[in-house]
Design a protein around this ligand. Structure first.
Ligand SMILES: Nc1nc2c(ncn2[C@@H]2O[C@H](COP(=O)(O)OP(=O)(O)OP(=O)(O)O)[C@@H](O)[C@H]2O)c(=O)[nH]1
Ligand SMILES: [Mg+2]
Length: 418
């Protein structure tokens, strides 16, 4: 699910002067703009899927209000809080290369700031100095961040059912839980992972059918690629085999290869190997042979029929026993090896100078916003702007870029002679 989030812009700072009785020219009292609201993505358990986000594509937080006279700051824009189900991975879509994972919101209450609101602009009070007691400079509010965000709900299942296409994974989910996935006699019937809750006595656990595992799935062919990431989070795998396949062992090896190519950690997960379709006479006949082949490589196989239910509850009891015997789940890194960390981009107040033909262009957000927030058609304001851009740190940056007296310099839409 892809959405666009837009944080609020900061409100503008204003130019204003005190008006008091008997004081002909009061000092500056223009207030600052309020900051723009953030877009926050928060896990909450009163929402169970991401369907809500199909309605709209763009989600915007409120802008900050402009400042006003009497040093009154503008009100901050309200944050926009987007609720997502626990288990949602929040990534920023990269223009090139891998998307960046901003957060892995596993539990209710966890949140991430997906787009930061713009700073409010400074009012003219901030530009007063001993040499400029009537500043007519003010700063425009900063733009809010805008990002393309990918929301992805990860399965939170204890047990993953993997296996070659058409082996009966959906049938097993259906036999063991109340879930009713589509079952059909062709491969890739299941296009998205299916979850089911299995109840054993007074206990329960969640199984998930992982669809589309075929040769080359790990290379992004077939459907499996996306879903393999889900497997990472399960604690145990049921490796389901079709007893009627030409070689169940070869099928198992192929699927295991896929798992290990995708992420070598997957192959270390405990697997319970299960041969399905024992209701078929030709499979029942082969049981001894199949058992022998697997025993030869040290694997004890279970036999079931997802169709008639034979052996299914015994298998689920075995799965529960295995889960109980495991240590509590430790932190699992995401499939691509990255951890869920939010790296805010340092905004930096450094001054960049680039050349545009004959003109040297100063790039600095804070300065550009002062220019945008000031009325440079006013001669006094223009004079004050010149004073501002003649400060030593800007002078230094220009000199470093090779500026010579007489060069044309620009910042925002303001141009002057150096
Ligand atoms: N005889 C018999 N047929 C079965 C059994 N389990 C599944 N089948 C059949 O095998 C076919 C595939 O079953 P599914 O449960 O859809 O298999 P799947 O592994 O989920 O398949 P995909 O999602 O397409 O990969 C269907 O025609 C089922 O009726 C079983 O225990 N016995
Ligand atoms: Mg299926």
């Amino acid at each position: 699910m892809e959405i666009i989030v837009k944080a609020g812009a900061g409100g503008d700072g204003v130019v204003s002067f005190r008006r008091e009785k008997f004081v002909p020219l009061g000092g500056p009292d223009g207030g600052d703009g309020g900051r723009g609201g953030n877009v926050i993505i928060r896990a909450d358990d009163d929402i169970s899927n991401l369907k809500f986000y199909r309605q709209n594509r763009v989600y915007s937080a409120q802008d900050g209000k402009h400042g006003s006279g009497k040093r009154k700051s503008g009100k901050s824009g309200a944050d926009l809080i987007l609720k997502v189900p626990p288990g949602t991975i929040v990534s920023e879509k990269a223009v090139i290369g891998r998307d960046i994972i901003l957060a892995d919101l596993k539990e209710k209450g966890q949140e991430v700031v997906a787009a930061v609101g713009g700073e409010g602009g400074l009012g003219n009070t901030h530009f007063a100095s001993s040499v400029n007691q009537s500043p007519v400079l003010a700063q425009k509010g900063e733009a809010g961040e805008k990002k393309n965000i990918i929301l992805e709900l990860k399965l939170i299942a204890d047990v993953g059912i993997v296996g070659y296409p058409n082996v009966g994974k959906s049938s097993l989910v259906s036999a063991a839980s109340a879930a009713r996935p589509k079952i059909a006699d062709y491969p890739f019937t299941t296009l998205e992972p299916v979850l089911g809750t299995v109840i054993v006595g007074h206990r329960s656990f969640v199984v998930a059918e992982i669809p589309g595992l075929i040769a080359k799935a790990s290379l992004g062919k077939g459907l499996g690629h996306d879903f393999l990431r889900h497997v990472v989070r399960t604690r145990i795998l049921i490796h389901l085999l079709d007893g009627d396949a030409v070689s169940p062992v070869d099928d198992m090896i192929q699927v295991n290869n896929e798992l290990s190519i995708f992420d070598s950690a997957l192959i270390k997960k405990p697997q319970i190997v299960v041969v399905n379709k024992v209701d078929l006479p030709q499979v029942r006949e082969r049981m001894g042979e199949i058992r022998g082949i697997f025993a030869g490589v040290g694997i004890n196989v279970h036999f079931i029929s997802a169709f008639t239910g034979e052996g299914v509850s015994e298998l689920m009891a075995e799965v529960l026993k295995e889960l109980d015997g495991m240590k509590p789940q430790e932190e699992i890194p995401l499939a691509d090896g990255s951890f869920a960390v939010f790296h805010p981009q340092p905004k930096g107040d450094n001054i960049r100078v680039v050349r545009d033909g004959d003109v040297l262009v100063i790039e600095n957000d804070s300065l550009e916003r002062i220019i945008a927030g000031t009325d440079a058609s006013n001669a006094e304001a223009k004079r004050q702007l010149i004073g501002l851009v003649s400060r030593p740190h800007i002078r230094k940056a220009l000199e470093k870029a090779g500026a010579k007296p007489g060069d044309r310099v620009r910042c925002g839409n303001f141009e002057w002679w150096w």
